[in-house]
Structures are given as structure tokens and as C-alpha cells.
Design a protein around this ligand. Structure first.
Ligand code: HEC
Ligand code: HEC
Ligand code: HEC
Ligand code: HEC
Length: 157
């Protein structure tokens, strides 16, 4: 074969060898497609154990019901019923042992996560009633007027 064929072929060979070398160092040793094929085996085997050891952090609102029954029964009557308590108060897995109290965030930012108007046409997010934070009672914490566990007009402070 002529030179002008060999030269590009060398380039290709060097390229493939480079890929194999890089792959050798980057792909973990226990990355296995052997056992269960590409569809189910395309992951690091040890990652299975890592997920089994993953500590769950959230309990869901059923857990709060008995100890904070006032908050629970109140919020359940309102549109905020669909929000998990831990969405606002953080993970409660070992509460009340550790931490004895969950955090309480009274900032406007806490509420604006959901009530800042976002025009996502295909998402339910845009159905949440939004307020313009620059015009809607700026600088005053929302919870000075609205009760997060009873956000309806009757619940206003
Ligand atoms: C076994 C009873 C128990 C359960 C279950 C429980 N809590 Fe508590 N919680 C307490 C106690 C006791 C305190 C500390 C006393 C207090 O301030 O009411 C506390 C404190 C708090 C506080 C801080 C109150 C403050 O005034 O600073 C928040 C917020 C809270 N809990 C939220 C939750 C949420 C959300 C859940 C469910 C995911 C939950 N708790 C589940 C018993 C419980
Ligand atoms: C939308 C966010 C939000 C959700 C959802 C929410 N909270 Fe709260 N929670 C707050 C805020 C903000 C305060 C502080 C209110 C204030 O100071 O007026 C608070 C205060 C509290 C307190 C302590 C203050 C008090 O009045 O005793 C407890 C306990 C509590 N929440 C429990 C719960 C439980 C239980 C749930 C679920 C059933 C829940 N919260 C759901 C935002 C939320
Ligand atoms: C995780 C999302 C989320 C967070 C955080 C949140 N809200 Fe809401 N809020 C909703 C949804 C969903 C509704 C029901 C749909 C609607 O009315 O727009 C709602 C409804 C409301 C309403 C109207 C209630 C009515 O029927 O008149 C008020 C007022 C309100 N929220 C205030 C607050 C305040 C104050 C905070 C912060 C303490 C807060 N929200 C935090 C999701 C959220
Ligand atoms: C000074 C008191 C006050 C403060 C502070 C306040 N609001 Fe309001 N909010 C009201 C009143 C009164 C209404 C009902 C009349 C209206 O729609 O303006 C209302 C209405 C709402 C509504 C329903 C709007 C609708 O279209 O029906 C939402 C959502 C809301 N507020 C969220 C918030 C959030 C989030 C904050 C904090 C960033 C906040 N508010 C701060 C007094 C307050």
C-alpha cells in the first residue's frame, strides 16, 4: 500500500490505542457487563453495596402526626397539604433524638422557592400562585401575615 494510505491508518491506530489506554485507567475494575449484559449490568458492581448502605434521611408527614398533631391536622385542611413537612423543615430521620429540634426557616426565600412566579408552560409549577416579591409586601417575612400550616385567608395572622 502507498504512504498516503498508511499515514492516516497510523493515526487511527494510535487513536484507538490511546482510547484503550485511557479506558484502562478510567473504568473501575469491577465495572461489569459480563454478568448481566448491557441492559442490567452496565454499572460498577460495588455501587450496589454503596446504595444499600445509603442512609435514608426523610420520614414523611405520617411520622410527625402524633407529636405535632396541631400542625398536621391544620395543614391537611389547606392547599399546603401536598407539601411534605420535611420539605420546609429538613430531614427528620432521627428527630427528636437527633436533632431534638428541626430547623425553622422563616425567610422569604423559603416561600419564594415555590411562590416566585415561573412561566413554565408545560409544568404544574406555573399553577402555583405566584407573587412579585418586589411588590408584595417587600422586606416583611411572609410568615408575619401568612401561616405556613394554614396559608388560606382564614389562616391569616
Ligand atoms: C416522637 C415525637 C416527635 C416526632 C415523631 C416528631 N417530632 Fe418534632 N419535635 C418533638 C419534640 C419533643 C420537639 C422539641 C420540643 C418542641 O419544641 O416542641 C420537636 C421539635 C420540632 C421542631 C422545632 C420546634 C421549635 O419550636 O423549635 C420542628 C420544626 C419539628 N419538631 C418538626 C417535626 C417534623 C416535621 C416531624 C416529622 C417529620 C417531627 N417533628 C416529628 C417531637 C417529635
Ligand atoms: C411551607 C413550609 C412549611 C411546611 C410544609 C410545614 N412547615 Fe412547619 N413551619 C414553617 C415555618 C415558616 C414555621 C415558623 C412559623 C412562624 O414562626 O410563624 C414553622 C413552624 C413549625 C413548628 C414550630 C413552631 C410552632 O408554632 O410551634 C413546628 C413544630 C412545625 N412547624 C411542624 C410542622 C409539621 C409537623 C409540618 C407538617 C405537618 C409542617 N411544620 C409543615 C414552615 C412549614
Ligand atoms: C414546596 C412548595 C411550596 C412552598 C415552599 C410554599 N408553598 Fe405556599 N403553596 C404551594 C402550593 C402548591 C399551593 C397551592 C396552589 C396555590 O394555591 O397556588 C400553595 C398555596 C399558598 C397560598 C394560597 C392559599 C389559598 O388557598 O389562599 C399561600 C398564601 C401560600 N401558599 C403561602 C406560602 C408561604 C407564606 C410560604 C412560606 C412559609 C409558602 N407558601 C411555601 C406550594 C408551596
Ligand atoms: C404584610 C402582610 C403580608 C406579607 C408580609 C406577605 N403577604 Fe402574601 N398576602 C397578603 C394578603 C393580605 C393577601 C391577600 C390579598 C392579596 O392577594 O393581596 C396575600 C396573598 C398572597 C397569595 C395569594 C395570591 C393570590 O393570587 O391569590 C400568595 C401566594 C402570597 N400572598 C404569598 C406570599 C409570600 C410568598 C410572601 C413572602 C415572600 C408573602 N405573601 C408576604 C399579605 C401578606
Amino acid at each position: 500500500m502507498k504512504n498516503h494510505i498508511w499515514r492516516p491508518l497510523y493515526v487511527v491506530i494510535v487513536f484507538v490505542v490511546l482510547i484503550l489506554i485511557v479506558r484502562h485507567f478510567l473504568v473501575p475494575k469491577d465495572f461489569g457487563i459480563g454478568e448481566r449484559g448491557y441492559m442490567y449490568g452496565l454499572h460498577r458492581k460495588s455501587n450496589e453495596e454503596e446504595w444499600k448502605a445509603f442512609k435514608v434521611k426523610y420520614r414523611s408527614e405520617e411520622y410527625c402526626k402524633d407529636c405535632h398533631s396541631d400542625k398536621y391536622s391544620s395543614i391537611m385542611q389547606t392547599p399546603h397539604a401536598i407539601i411534605q413537612c420535611e420539605n420546609c423543615h429538613g430531614p427528620a430521620i432521627d428527630h427528636p433524638a437527633d436533632p431534638p429540634k428541626l430547623s425553622i426557616d422563616r425567610s422569604r426565600a423559603q416561600c419564594l422557592r415555590c411562590h416566585y412566579p415561573l412561566p413554565y408552560p408545560t409544568s404544574g409549577r406555573s399553577n402555583i400562585r405566584g407573587i412579585d416579591p418586589d411588590k408584595h409586601n417587600p422586606d416583611i417575612e411572609c410568615v408575619m401575615c401568612h401561616n405556613p400550616h394554614k396559608p388560606t385567608l382564614e389562616g391569616m395572622k
